[in-house]
Design a protein around this ligand. Structure first.
Ligand SMILES: [Zn+2]
Length: 146
């Protein structure tokens, strides 16, 4: 096996994938060692793939219909779930805005007095604030990956 790369390798792979190698490229393949090896190996793999596709069992029409329905149902559920999450986020934002609008000054004063009463070191307080901020973000990321 040679380690030399030829600039025509990508073009040759594309041509093999299409199943047609143009005359100019075929002449290059005959003259170039790297392309000849690539043609031999990739051609065998592509031939094997094509043979496997021909021999693969074709599912029945009922099975295909069931798969299509299941995929449509899954897509519809995903779209509904997205809309639900957006609606919940808007609701929570509105609720927080209302709470702040109605009780903002009072809550800020109480929060200041609570924070003044609690004696936490700066790193502990920083860790607490970071965990409070990171928990909803981690939850959102976990839900997003599903
Ligand atoms: Zn070449």
């Amino acid at each position: 096996m040679t380690t030399d790369r030829c600039p025509f390798e990508e073009e040759l792979l594309d041509a093999l994938g299409r199943g047609y190698v143009a005359t100019g490229l075929a002449e290059h393949v005959a003259a170039c060692t790297a392309c000849r090896e690539l043609h031999l190996v990739a051609g065998a793999l592509l031939d094997d793939r094509a043979l496997s596709m021909l021999e693969a069992p074709i599912p029945s029409a009922g099975t295909m219909w069931w798969r299509i329905r299941a995929r449509q149902r899954h897509d519809a559920e995903a779209a509904a779930r997205r809309s639900l999450v957006i609606g919940q986020a808007i609701t929570v934002a509105i609720a927080l805005a209302l709470i702040i609008a109605f009780f903002g000054g009072q809550l800020a004063g109480q929060a200041r007095s609570v924070l003044a009463a609690v004696r936490l070191s700066t790193p502990t307080l920083l860790a607490l604030v970071l965990s409070i901020l990171a928990t909803p973000i981690a939850g959102w990321l976990a839900l997003r990956r599903e």
